[in-house]
Ligand binder design. Structure first.
Ligand code: B12
Ligand code: SF4
Length: 429
């Protein structure tokens, strides 16, 4: 079968830019489409290509015309969901391909893709289930019943058997096909650094109400085997910086320690970036120190809130004191910190002032401010549903307010933009 896997172009719309001419908030990120490389790894025996529209935004029509794929697979985060539907429609119209959509939005809100132009929606980890689907289609099955795969039948309700994910869904013996995007490697930089992506775990054992990661592995936390992670790091070859893309790289501290030791034992000399919770840092400072020696350069921490009440409202299961202590530990070890903070649409001027003061007292190398967004499929979405006024998923970039702001909108976005101006000049990663 000829299979084309498609990464949508950079998309997402910006209210501050469109309504108030504030252009400084919207950021363009570009990194390799690891999900597609991972899926391709388990499609041996088929002719597989990856089209990364973030690198080649105008290549869709030409690539569909030259490859004439039998099957098109599209990945999408929430702000890419509308674009994924447009890509699906074009793939259908231009070459009648079977269209499959997967990724974090499909996993949390599969019903969104229950529409004409799409044939199947893959919910959660797809490396195993997508292969099963391809095999079933290859055998000529029209309505395969595969757990985790929903068949789209417009007019009927979207029905599927939820998949109970386990380590077999990682299909670890098949490495990601980094080679399929080798020509794009020069474009894959993050924070200006040439960066390769490696997955070392999926899902997260926590349950923060705004977070969509639970949908990735059906609420489970699955760590990849040490051997597979080492293999993937080595497959990246000369790329000097490696982002462990897991939502929670240190979710199993013993496993994380074993991985760190294996990196050292393998003689790997790279700079690593990974996500960690602040309470893990505080509970396991020795682990962080060991990782620093193995090359951990920067950690991304979701601090989210600057008060214990705010953290509790997000079900973060953490405290401001722990956040502060983690920063002190990491400063002492010499690991730099990218900190995520959530700005509520309910912020008034005093809240913005407090956040700015907090950032001065607790500086991080690179703060990232997002606007609290009820992502479809999350507990927060169920809580805030009645307040949502903007349902256009193009705006679900985490930098737009989709519920009314307490401050007049323009004032809200001017203060939001100011957070970046006043804190970013100190960035050093
Ligand atoms: C790497 C990354 C990026 C890279 C993306 C590289 C790319 N695809 O081009 C970059 C840096 C570019 C990026 C950008 C953004 N990102 Co991002 N990113 C991530 C991160 C850290 C890892 C994703 C990843 O590679 N995982 C590893 C792969 C193997 O796992 P996976 O994607 O889940 O894939 C599996 C399944 O989902 C499924 N699957 C996935 N796709 C498909 C497709 C098919 C056909 C099938 C069958 C199955 C399938 O099978 C895969 C293998 O089992 C996640 C957080 C996380 N830990 O997941 C955030 C995350 C996905 N990003 C997020 C966001 C918000 C963004 C931005 C909007 C940020 C911004 N404000 O601009 C932009 C969006 C880009 C745009 N269009 O403008 C959110 C998404 C929330 C949401 N519901 O939308 C996440 C979850 C972070 C978070 N916790 O909030 N991101
Ligand atoms: S925000 Fe972080 S800790 Fe909370 S559920 Fe998501 S990935 Fe886990």
């Amino acid at each position: 079968m000829k299979i084309l896997l498609i990464n949508p172009p950079n998309c997402g719309r910006s209210i501050p830019e469109e309504r108030f001419g504030i252009t400084s908030i919207k950021q363009i990120f570009r990194g390799e489409p690891l999900a597609l490389e991972v899926l391709a790894g388990n499609l041996h025996g088929h002719e597989v290509a990856i089209l990364d529209l973030k690198v080649e935004p105008d290549a869709l029509a030409e690539r569909l015309a030259t490859l004439r794929p039998d099957l098109v697979g599209i990945t999408a985060v929430t702000c890419e969901a509308n674009t994924a539907c447009h890509i699906a429609a074009q793939a259908k119209a231009d070459c009648g391909a079977t269209v499959v959509v997967g990724g974090i939005h499909a996993s949390n809100d599969p019903d969104f893709f229950h529409r004409d132009g799409i044939d199947f929606v893959v919910v959660g980890l797809g490396k195993g289930s997508f292969r099963e689907l391809v095999d079933a289609l290859g055998r000529g099955e029209k309505q395969p019943d595969i757990p985790g795969v929903a068949r789209v039948r417009p007019g009927a309700t979207l029905r599927y058997t939820p998949r109970v994910f386990d380590p077999r869904d990682l299909v670890e013996e098949m490495p990601p096909r980094y080679d399929l995007v080798a020509a794009n490697r020069g474009h894959y930089t993050l924070l200006g650094l040439p960066m390769g992506f490696v997955a070392s775990a999926f899902g997260c054992p926590f349950d923060c109400n705004f977070c969509c990661i639970a949908g990735q592995a059906g609420g489970r936390y699955l760590a990849c085997s040490i051997a597979a992670v080492i293999r993937d790091i080595e497959l990246l070859g000369a790329v000097p910086f490696v982002r462990l893309v897991d939502a929670n790289t240190f979710g199993n501290p013993e496993h994380a320690r074993a991985l760190c030791r294996a990196i050292v034992a393998a003689g790997i000399k790279k700079d690593f970036f990974g996500d960690v919770r602040s309470d893990t840092v505080v509970r396991h400072p020795a682990l962080m120190r060991e990782w620093k020696a193995a090359g951990l350069r920067t950690v991304v921490i979701g601090f989210e809130e600057i008060s214990d009440l705010g953290l509790a409202q997000l079900n973060k299961a953490n405290s401001v004191a722990v956040n502060r202590e983690a920063l002190a530990i990491l400063r002492d070890i010499g690991i730099s910190v990218v900190g995520d903070y959530i700005v509520s649409p309910d912020y008034d001027h005093a809240d913005f002032d407090n956040l700015l003061r907090y950032m001065q007292d607790n500086p991080v190398a690179l703060p990232i401010f997002t606007v609290l967004t009820p992502l479809p499929g999350t507990a927060l979405h169920r809580q805030m549903q009645g307040r949502i006024v903007n349902f256009d998923l193009d705006y679900y970039t985490l930098s737009n307010a989709v519920v009314p702001t307490r401050l007049p909108e323009e004032e809200f976005y001017r203060r939001y933009a100011e957070l970046f101006h006043l804190t970013h000049p100190h960035a050093k990663i």
